[in-house]
Design a protein around this ligand. Structure first.
Ligand code: HEM
Length: 415
């Protein structure tokens, strides 16, 4: 049995928080190995990156998700007892519920609402001063996803809910106030959506048929039971929160258009170029650093032993930047996707493998659709200037937005 390279430090949690997205990749380079051991949150942990590692990680016979996610992530980002921590038939059932919401028609409807809202906002943006894109998109996507999901949202509440949804995404890797804001936001939003689920079930609020609210409120598990109200709220939030989080990718797409202005012309009216551009934004920019699982039963792989119960982290960012998969991975080059089949274990910003059978992101198609529409809106329906500002990406910070988001000025409608 080969000796697995190991971090010498007794605990690497602080090093992980300091190194951010590059934590696993840097060590893989140092050890000359795509697998190594470390200790995170005082527990022994195996870190992996690369395509063979992703194939292994998404093998349900070898890994499980129960107890894999640290509590600080559950209390902010994901919630408790939701689909992310389920295994086996229970996961398959819950995941099928999510996938039933993601029909081509529903995705188109969400996209249409997004385009309509974007166009309707342009006159206000023209009249206003500098536009902080990330904050504005957060509000816009909050309005759009609530309308689409059947969740009533009075105008007076948009700002509050957008801030709450953002703070849950900001919180898992943060310490101090940023973390606590995320916890509080989760408690408030779960209560808000739990009440709504209850009112829907007793007929006080008519949820539009087929909407996420209706599907989740009415879903029955394999024993024919409704989801507990709190769990249903967690799952409804698993739709609302990540749709709003697409604002981060859209801000990255705007940043990429700014840094690579030649692509503004290339994507205009060209569906294939837009698709390649969006895929490269998802590959290149940092979002979820890693996914976590636990070894179900002990096994050996590539000469290394994986003991039962061991926590394993798959480096999503590092696999998207793996030099064996992506020549010159630190260059932003959308053309690398021309004539390339997108392999389910190579481009994994939203997880790998199969959407139904495993934990791959249920909202991946929605994400890609909204990003393509945003790129078209940024290049074809309006013009704008990007004033001088600090746009440096900080890969040590998770999530890694440019410090103040991206501010646009001088917005004019063009179509
Ligand atoms: C799971 C990323 C958007 C719903 C995941 C996972 C990642 C991810 C990394 C976990 C994969 C794993 O555990 O192996 C992202 C990113 C998004 C995004 C970067 C961009 C904003 C969305 C959207 C939705 C969504 C728009 C819903 C409309 C989900 C759900 C899961 C999930 C329900 C849990 C799936 C499961 O455990 O089976 N996502 N996601 N996500 N995502 Fe997304």
């Amino acid at each position: 049995m080969a000796t697995m390279p190991a971090d010498r430090s007794p605990d690497s949690t602080l090093a992980l928080l300091r190194a951010g997205y590059r934590f696993i990749g840097e060590r893989c380079e140092r050890y000359g190995s795509d697998v190594f051991q470390t200790r995170i949150l005082l527990a022994p942990t195996i870190c992996l990156r690369g395509r063979p590692a992703a194939v292994l990680f998404y093998d349900n016979d070898r890994f499980q998700r129960a107890t894999a996610m640290p509590l600080r992530v559950q209390r902010t980002l994901t919630g408790r007892r939701g689909v992310q921590g389920l295994d086996g038939p229970e996961h398959a059932d819950r995941k099928a519920m999510f996938m039933s919401i993601m029909t081509p028609n529903a995705i188109r409807q969400l996209g249409q609402l997004f385009d309509d809202e974007w166009r309707a906002r342009i006159p206000a943006w023209e009249a206003a001063g500098p536009l902080p894109l990330y904050d504005e998109l957060g509000r816009l996507l909050t309005r759009v996803v609530c309308a689409w999901a059947g969740v009533p949202l009075p105008t007076s509440q948009v700002e509050r809910r957008a801030v709450e949804l953002h703070s849950m995404i900001e919180a898992p890797a943060a310490v101090g106030p940023r973390h606590w804001r995320g916890r509080l936001a989760r408690r408030h939003t779960e209560r808000w959506l739990g009440d709504l689920i209850e009112r829907t079930r007793i007929g006080l609020f008519p949820a539009p048929p087929g909407s996420a609210l209706a599907v989740i409120a009415e879903h029955r598990d394999r024993q024919g039971r409704l989801l507990p109200r709190r769990v249903a709220a967690v799952e409804l939030l698993n739709v609302l929160r990540p749709v709003v989080a697409v604002d981060q990718y859209i801000a990255f797409a705007a940043l990429a258009l700014h840094d690579h202005p030649g692509w503004r012309e290339r994507v205009r009216g060209d569906g294939e170029a837009t698709e390649n551009f969006v895929q490269e934004v998802r590959r290149y920019y940092p979002f979820f650093p890693m996914a976590a699982a636990r070894v179900r039963h002990s096994f050996d792989w590539q000469g290394h032993h994986f003991p039962q119960g061991r926590r394993v982290l798959l480096d999503l960012y590092g696999t998207n930047h793996h030099p064996a998969l992506w020549p010159e991975p630190e260059l932003f080059r959308p053309e690398r996707f021309a004539n390339r089949r997108v392999d389910p274990f190579e481009l994994i910003p939203q997880g790998g493998g199969d959407h139904w059978a495993g934990h791959r992101c249920a909202g991946e198609w929605i994400t890609i659709d909204l990003m393509k529409r945003a790129v078209t809106n940024l290049t074809s329906t309006m013009r704008y200037d990007v004033p001088v500002q600090d746009l440096a990406l900080d890969l040590h910070r998770m999530p890694a937005l440019p410090p103040l988001g991206l501010t646009l000025t001088n917005i004019r409608r063009t179509a």
